[in-house]
Ligand binder design. Structure first.
Ligand SMILES: [Zn+2]
Length: 126
Protein backbone atom coordinates (compact mmCIF):
# COMPACT_ATOMS: atom_id res chain seq x y z
CA UNK A 1 0.00 0.00 0.00
CA UNK A 2 1.83 3.05 -1.25
CA UNK A 3 0.68 6.33 0.18
CA UNK A 4 3.48 8.89 0.24
CA UNK A 5 3.78 12.57 1.08
CA UNK A 6 4.89 14.66 -1.90
CA UNK A 7 6.25 18.21 -1.71
CA UNK A 8 4.42 20.33 -4.30
CA UNK A 9 4.68 24.13 -4.46
CA UNK A 10 5.42 24.34 -0.76
CA UNK A 11 2.57 21.98 0.19
CA UNK A 12 2.84 18.53 1.76
CA UNK A 13 0.49 16.45 -0.36
CA UNK A 14 -0.50 12.85 0.39
CA UNK A 15 -0.59 10.87 -2.86
CA UNK A 16 -1.24 7.29 -3.87
CA UNK A 17 1.40 5.52 -5.97
CA UNK A 18 0.88 2.56 -8.28
CA UNK A 19 2.22 -0.65 -6.72
CA UNK A 20 3.13 -1.90 -10.21
CA UNK A 21 4.83 0.94 -12.10
CA UNK A 22 5.60 3.24 -9.14
CA UNK A 23 4.09 6.39 -10.67
CA UNK A 24 1.52 8.52 -8.82
CA UNK A 25 -2.13 7.80 -9.61
CA UNK A 26 -3.91 10.98 -10.70
CA UNK A 27 -6.94 11.94 -12.78
CA UNK A 28 -9.19 9.35 -11.12
CA UNK A 29 -7.80 6.48 -13.21
CA UNK A 30 -6.94 4.01 -10.46
CA UNK A 31 -8.19 0.96 -8.63
CA UNK A 32 -7.39 -0.82 -5.40
CA UNK A 33 -7.02 -4.59 -5.52
CA UNK A 34 -7.19 -7.23 -2.84
CA UNK A 35 -8.11 -10.80 -2.02
CA UNK A 36 -11.27 -11.41 -0.03
CA UNK A 37 -10.39 -11.33 3.68
CA UNK A 38 -11.37 -14.06 6.10
CA UNK A 39 -13.09 -13.38 9.40
CA UNK A 40 -9.73 -13.72 11.21
CA UNK A 41 -7.25 -12.38 8.66
CA UNK A 42 -7.28 -9.03 6.86
CA UNK A 43 -5.64 -9.01 3.43
CA UNK A 44 -3.21 -6.62 1.76
CA UNK A 45 -4.44 -3.81 -0.45
CA UNK A 46 -2.63 -2.77 -3.65
CA UNK A 47 -3.02 0.34 -5.80
CA UNK A 48 -2.77 0.40 -9.58
CA UNK A 49 -3.45 2.51 -12.62
CA UNK A 50 -6.34 1.13 -14.66
CA UNK A 51 -5.38 -0.98 -17.65
CA UNK A 52 -1.97 -2.65 -17.94
CA UNK A 53 -0.87 -1.95 -14.32
CA UNK A 54 -4.18 -3.29 -12.98
CA UNK A 55 -3.97 -6.43 -15.12
CA UNK A 56 -0.33 -7.12 -14.21
CA UNK A 57 -0.82 -6.55 -10.47
CA UNK A 58 -3.96 -8.69 -10.45
CA UNK A 59 -1.96 -11.58 -11.91
CA UNK A 60 1.07 -11.00 -9.65
CA UNK A 61 -0.97 -11.14 -6.43
CA UNK A 62 -3.74 -13.39 -7.73
CA UNK A 63 -6.16 -10.70 -6.54
CA UNK A 64 -9.81 -11.69 -6.78
CA UNK A 65 -11.41 -8.27 -6.15
CA UNK A 66 -10.98 -4.60 -7.03
CA UNK A 67 -12.77 -1.29 -6.51
CA UNK A 68 -12.50 2.12 -8.15
CA UNK A 69 -9.94 4.20 -6.27
CA UNK A 70 -12.37 7.12 -5.87
CA UNK A 71 -14.48 4.89 -3.61
CA UNK A 72 -11.62 4.42 -1.14
CA UNK A 73 -11.70 7.74 0.80
CA UNK A 74 -15.36 7.50 1.79
CA UNK A 75 -15.00 3.79 2.67
CA UNK A 76 -11.98 4.60 4.86
CA UNK A 77 -13.84 7.45 6.56
CA UNK A 78 -16.79 5.17 7.13
CA UNK A 79 -14.61 2.53 8.80
CA UNK A 80 -12.75 5.14 10.86
CA UNK A 81 -15.99 6.61 12.16
CA UNK A 82 -16.89 3.37 13.97
CA UNK A 83 -20.55 3.22 13.06
CA UNK A 84 -22.01 4.03 9.67
CA UNK A 85 -24.47 6.40 11.34
CA UNK A 86 -21.56 8.49 12.59
CA UNK A 87 -20.09 9.07 9.13
CA UNK A 88 -21.82 12.40 8.51
CA UNK A 89 -20.80 13.70 11.92
CA UNK A 90 -17.24 12.43 11.44
CA UNK A 91 -16.90 14.25 8.13
CA UNK A 92 -18.57 17.37 9.53
CA UNK A 93 -16.17 17.51 12.49
CA UNK A 94 -13.18 17.13 10.16
CA UNK A 95 -14.43 19.86 7.84
CA UNK A 96 -15.33 22.14 10.74
CA UNK A 97 -11.85 21.83 12.22
CA UNK A 98 -10.24 22.36 8.82
CA UNK A 99 -12.48 25.27 7.90
CA UNK A 100 -11.97 26.83 11.31
CA UNK A 101 -8.23 27.03 10.85
CA UNK A 102 -6.41 29.52 8.71
CA UNK A 103 -3.62 27.15 7.73
CA UNK A 104 -3.13 25.60 4.31
CA UNK A 105 -5.13 22.50 5.26
CA UNK A 106 -8.13 24.74 5.81
CA UNK A 107 -7.68 26.22 2.34
CA UNK A 108 -7.43 22.75 0.87
CA UNK A 109 -10.54 21.54 2.69
CA UNK A 110 -12.49 24.59 1.52
CA UNK A 111 -11.37 23.89 -2.05
CA UNK A 112 -12.35 20.21 -1.80
CA UNK A 113 -15.68 21.06 -0.18
CA UNK A 114 -16.48 23.65 -2.88
CA UNK A 115 -15.64 21.13 -5.60
CA UNK A 116 -17.85 18.50 -3.96
CA UNK A 117 -20.76 20.93 -3.62
CA UNK A 118 -20.38 22.08 -7.25
CA UNK A 119 -20.34 18.47 -8.43
CA UNK A 120 -23.42 17.70 -6.32
CA UNK A 121 -25.24 20.73 -7.77
CA UNK A 122 -24.35 19.71 -11.35
CA UNK A 123 -25.64 16.17 -10.75
CA UNK A 124 -28.96 17.40 -9.40
CA UNK A 125 -29.38 20.14 -12.01
CA UNK A 126 -29.46 17.64 -14.90
ZN1 LIG B 1 0.94 2.04 -12.86
Amino acid sequence: MSIKIVSHEGLRCPMIFCDFCGDPIINKVGVYLYNAPTVKEPTDCYFAHKGECHDALEKKHNADSFQELYELPIRLLSNMSGKEDDLGEFIAIGLEKALGSSDIDGELSRHVLNQALAWHDRQHAE
